[in-house]
Design a binder for this molecule. Structure first.
Ligand SMILES: C[S@@+](CC[C@H](N)C(=O)[O-])C[C@H]1O[C@@H](n2cnc3c(N)ncnc32)[C@H](O)[C@@H]1O
Length: 340
C-alpha cells in the first residue's frame, strides 16, 4: 500500500476511534435508572455520582477531539511533503499529475496497429513504372530542409546519421537518385522497400553497378512482405511516391478505386508510415488517390512544399475525379513535416 493510502487509513481509524469514544462517553452520561430498580450496593462499590461522571466524560471528549485534530494536521503536512518531493522526480506520476488536464493530442503512437500494418504491407499500386530523378521539385524541397537543419546543427532523430526510406522502391531508381544526386553525404543511409522480388533484384543489381561506387551500406533494399519497415526505422524522411494509389490500368475508374483502395486503406497506410517516422521528419508523397489533408494525421503535420501530382484524386461522395481551378485534374502538394 502506498504511504498516502496508509496515512488516509490512519486518519479514518482515528475518526472512527473518536466516534466510539464520544458514543461511550455519552452512554456513561445517561440518566441513572429509577431508584427502585437499583440493587443495594455497599458505598465503597457505588459508582460516582452523575455530575462527577459527566465532568470526566466531557474532559474525555475534549482530549479525543484535540488528539484527532493534531493527528489530522500531522498527516496532512506529511502527505503534502511527499507529493512535493515526488513531483520533482521525473517519471513518477503524482496524484496532482493524474488530476492535471491531459493535452488534447494523443501521446505519440510508437507502433502500427494491425489495420495499419495490413494496409501498409498490402500490394497497393500494381505498376512498377519509375524513372531517375522523377520528382525533382520534391527531392529538392526535402534536400533544402535537411541542409537548413544541418546548418543549424539539428537532426530530426537527434543523431547525425539519418535514414531515408523509399516506400514502393520498385527497381531502385528513386533510392539511387537520392543517394547519388541529393543525399550524397555519408551521414544519410537510403533504404528501399517493395513487395515485388523481381523489382528488388533489379534494384540491388543497379545499386551495385552504379558508378561511381556507393559506400558500403549507403543503399539497402528489402522486401516489405518479410521485413517490417520498423526493422530499419524510424526514418527521418519517407518518400511514398506513386504508391498510395491505384492508377494507370485501363480498368481503373473512380468507382474501382473506391472499391480496391478506399480512403480508409489510404489513411491506414499513412498511419503505418507515420509510426515509423521521427518527429521533425519528412513525409514526401506525390500521386495519391486522396488528399493527405483529409486524414486524421494531417493535423500533426505542416506543409513544406507543393508540387504537381499527375494521378487524379477521387471524390468519394460524387464518385468522380476532382478538378482543379483550371478544370484539369492535377493537384499540388507533396512535402510535409511531422510536427508532433
Ligand atoms: C509505380 S511504382 C513507384 C516507384 C517509385 N516510388 C516512383 O515513384 O518512381 C509503385 C511500386 O510500389 C510498390 N508497392 C505497392 N504496394 C506496396 C507496399 N504496400 N509496400 C511497398 N511497396 C509497394 C509496387 O510493387 C511498385 O513497385
Amino acid at each position: 500500500m502506498c504511504p498516502e493510502a496508509i496515512d488516509q487509513q490512519r486518519s479514518k481509524l482515528l475518526v472512527v476511534g473518536t466516534a466510539i469514544t464520544v458514543a461511550r462517553a455519552k452512554r456513561n452520561n445517561m440518566d441513572p435508572p429509577a431508584a427502585d430498580l437499583i440493587p443495594a450496593v455497599p458505598p465503597s462499590q457505588r459508582r460516582r455520582p452523575h455530575r462527577q461522571r459527566g465532568r470526566r466524560t466531557s474532559r474525555q471528549i475534549k482530549w479525543a477531539l484535540i488528539t484527532t485534530i493534531i493527528f489530522s494536521v500531522i498527516t496532512f503536512l506529511k502527505f503534502q511533503s511527499t507529493a512535493t518531493v515526488r513531483k520533482s522526480v521525473p517519471g513518477v506520476i503524482t496524484t496532482q499529475d493524474q488530476d492535471r488536464p491531459r493535452p488534447s493530442t494523443p501521446a505519440l503512437q510508437q507502433t502500427s496497429t494491425e489495420h495499419q500494418k495490413l494496409a501498409g504491407q498490402n500490394q497497393i499500386q500494381l505498376s512498377h513504372a519509375t524513372a531517375m530523378n522523377r520528382y525533382p521539385e520534391e527531392y529538392s524541397a526535402v534536400q533544402n530542409y535537411f541542409q537548413t537543419l544541418a546548418s543549424e546543427g539539428r537532426h530530426p532523430s537527434g543523431s547525425i546519421n539519418q535514414k531515408l526510406l523509399s516506400f514502393g522502391a520498385s527497381t531502385g531508381e528513386e533510392a539511387i537518385t537520392l543517394a547519388s544526386m541529393y543525399f550524397m553525404n555519408s551521414t544519410f543511409t537510403i533504404f528501399g522497400v517493395d513487395l515485388d522480388e523481381d523489382s528488388l533484384d533489379k534494384a540491388k543489381a543497379s545499386a551495385v553497378a552504379h558508378s561511381p561506387k556507393f559506400d558500403d551500406n549507403k543503399i539497402m533494399f528489402f522486401n516489405g512482405k518479410t521485413t517490417d519497415i520498423s526493422v530499419h526505422g524510424p526514418y527521418d524522411a519517407i518518400f511514398a511516391n506513386s504508391v498510395l494509389c491505384y492508377h494507370g490500368n485501363r480498368n481503373v475508374n473512380p468507382q474501382s478505386i473506391l472499391n480496391k483502395f478506399p480512403f480508409s486503406a489510404f489513411e491506414d497506410s499513412l498511419g503505418y508510415l507515420d509510426t515509423n517516422l521521427n518527429v521533425g521528419g519528412i513525409l514526401a508523397i506525390v500521386n495519391t488517390n486522396y488528399h493527405f489533408s483529409d486524414t486524421k494525421l494531417y493535423k500533426r503535420y505542416k506543409t513544406l512544399a507543393q508540387c504537381k501530382n499527375f494521378v487524379p484524386k477521387v471524390n468519394a461522395s460524387s464518385v468522380s475525379y476532382e478538378k482543379n481551378l483550371h478544370g484539369g485534374d492535377n493537384m499540388y502538394d507533396c512535402v510535409w513535416k511531422k510536427e508532433e
